[in-house]
Design a protein around this ligand. Structure first.
Ligand code: FAD
Ligand code: AMP
Length: 483
């Protein structure tokens, strides 16, 4: 008889590995199955986030930003450098070393917490059974009281730009380029396209982003999106909105290979551009290939996500699903909080995820970050609101750091003064927005933040001033709203 577990988790990305660790901490007998392998063909935990997503993209964003500073902004600080150069393989190697450190860290955490780590593929059968196929092809069927599906997502491919792994790549390929392309085309100016476009732009590529939508970042607060668009354009990112790619063709041979892209502009004009590499970043979809036996009882929704309730329970008893494979934003921190919630619910707790307060960040420079509702959403719902805006141009610390572009925008309930949302484009926006997320989680009003003491000089003072501005008593800018 094969072994029985309290919990089997399928997928060891941030949703799955966090769920497995938390369940083991709660005294449950846990196994976690992961099919991904590293460049050397060895099983590896961490999922998209650690291997080909959040962490590698941030490693390259940070490296490329250092180069950009060295070549663009240090001079005005009185620092001159000679011979600033780029060694792309070293940059990629540094990124790989970080991935290795973190993924090995998860292996270590599994060990100390007593999680059984199984490399290979998991498939959900009926009656809470899981078929495990090791990378050697050996098949074992396990019984479990609970199964957690955490299989994540994969890049969407589009037939008009089929990947060839060399000239036309997806986000994973764009994290592996071994030299700086002279001209880089990016299809999709969403979060991933903007981040990867920024990496290669900073390293010297001429980057053109072709985006089908007419609005820039349509789900973000539009005032912040417009400000960000202006800043990114100024940096030389060529973002062409309302441009739908309809075809691509490989041209030339050997060293002279290029990709010709055809796209339709807003007014229906067919236009062509030639690139040295093309990156397809048109979104991600849930990954459920070979996962569900026909009689396993788990249903998908109309968009192919595993259907779950607010607590990530599927419609099959004892089967849960978390992370990118279920509804909601495809974000690592949303995934991991769902992992924790499910582990704790299996152990009998009543844990919930507050889906209203999930920060969202685009790691371009300066960062774009948001939490809560946008002004457009508030207008649509008819909720009465007031706005507090503070530009970083009025922040002493931002000026000192030569980081004075952008603003903090706080949206506050007009009657109750409760903070409803915060949207930032500016230095350290990701960390600043988290401060507001904490305040929102505790039901804070703008006045609560206004009455708090913020250290000086800090970028956080811009959050303080935006909260003050919402009620017409900002100190370091003229107030639009009078008290
Ligand atoms: P995944 O991380 O995709 O993990 C799922 C795992 O399940 C995979 O390892 C897969 O191999 C495994 N699996 C699938 N099927 C099976 C099976 N049948 N058997 C065994 N194993 C299986 N999010 C952020 O919050 N911040 C960021 O800065 C950010 N940057 C990103 C940058 C890029 C380039 C990309 C692509 C994504 C980024 N994301 C970011 C999104 C983030 O990576 C995902 O939201 C997150 O990884 C989702 O976690 P998950 O555990 O649900 O899925
Ligand atoms: P995201 O979902 O944030 O990763 O963004 C993906 C973006 O790709 C979306 O804004 C889509 O509008 C865009 N997109 C999808 N298909 C095409 C296409 N054929 N041409 C240009 N942009 C596209």
């Amino acid at each position: 008889m094969s072994e029985k577990y309290d919990v089997i988790v399928i997928g060891a990305g941030p949703a799955g590995y966090v769920c497995a660790i938390r369940a083991a901490q709660l005294g449950l007998k846990v196994a976690c199955i992961e099919r991904m392998t590293d460049k050397a063909g060895q099983g590896v935990n961490g999922g998209t986030c650690l291997n080909v997503g959040c962490i590698p993209s941030k490693a390259l964003l940070d490296s490329s930003y250092k180069y950009w500073e060295a070549t663009h902004s240090l001079k005005k600080h009185g620092i001159t450098l000679q011979d600033a150069g780029i060694d792309v393989p070293t940059m990629i190697g540094r990124k790989d070393a970080i991935i290795k450190q973190l993924t090995q860290g998860i292996a270590g955490l599994f060990k100390v917490n007593g999680v059984t780590s199984l490399f290979g593929s998991g498939r959900l059968l009926a009656d809470r059974k899981v078929e495990y196929t090791s990378h050697d092809g050996e098949v074992t069927v396990f019984d479990a009281d609970n199964v957690v599906i955490a299989c994540g997502s994969q890049s969407i491919d589009i037939p008009v730009a089929p990947l060839d792994g060399e000239m036309i790549v997806n986000s994973t390929g764009a994290l592996e380029l071994q030299s700086v392309p002279a001209r880089l085309g990016v299809i999709g100016a969403g979060v991933i396209g903007l981040e990867l476009g920024s990496v290669w732009k900073r390293l010297g590529s001429e980057v053109v982003l072709l985006e089908a939508m007419e609005d820039f970042l349509p789900v973000m607060d539009q005032q912040i999106a417009k400000e960000a668009h202006k800043i990114l354009n100024k940096q030389g990112l060529d973002i062409r909105l309302g441009c739908r790619v309809t075809a691509s063709e490989l041209k030339g041979s050997g060293e002279n290979r290029q990709v010709e892209v055809t796209y339709l502009t807003q007014d229906g004009k067919e236009t062509k551009e030639v690139f040295d590499k093309l990156v397809v970043c048109v979104g991600r979809r849930p990954f459920t290939t070979n996962l569900l036996a026909p009689d396993c009882g788990v249903e998908l929704d109309e968009r192919g996500f595993i259907f779950v309730d607010d607590h990530c329970a599927t419609n099959a008893p004892g089967i849960w699903a978390v992370g990118d494979v279920v509804r909601g934003p495809m974000l690592a921190h949303k995934a991991s909080e769902e992992g924790v919630m499910v582990a704790e619910r299996i152990a009998g707790h009543k844990t919930q995820v507050n889906y209203d307060i999930i920060p969202n960040v685009i790691y371009v420079h300066p960062e774009i970050a948001a939490v809560g509702q946008t002004e457009e959403q508030l207008k649509q719902s008819g909720e009465p609101y007031k706005t507090g805006i503070f530009p970083f141009a009025a922040s002493g610390r931002a000026l000192a750091a030569d980081e004075a572009e952008g603003m903090v925008k706080m949206l506050v309930h007009a009657d109750t003064d409760r903070i409803l949302g915060c949207h930032i484009v500016g230095p350290s926006a990701a960390d600043l927005v988290q401060q507001v997320a904490i305040a929102m989680e505790f039901g804070s009003t703008a006045e609560d933040l206004a009455l708090m003491v913020f250290g000086h000089p800090t970028l956080s003072e811009a959050v303080h001033e935006a909260a003050l501005a919402a009620n017409g008593h900002a100190i370091h800018i003229p107030n639009k709203r009078k008290r």
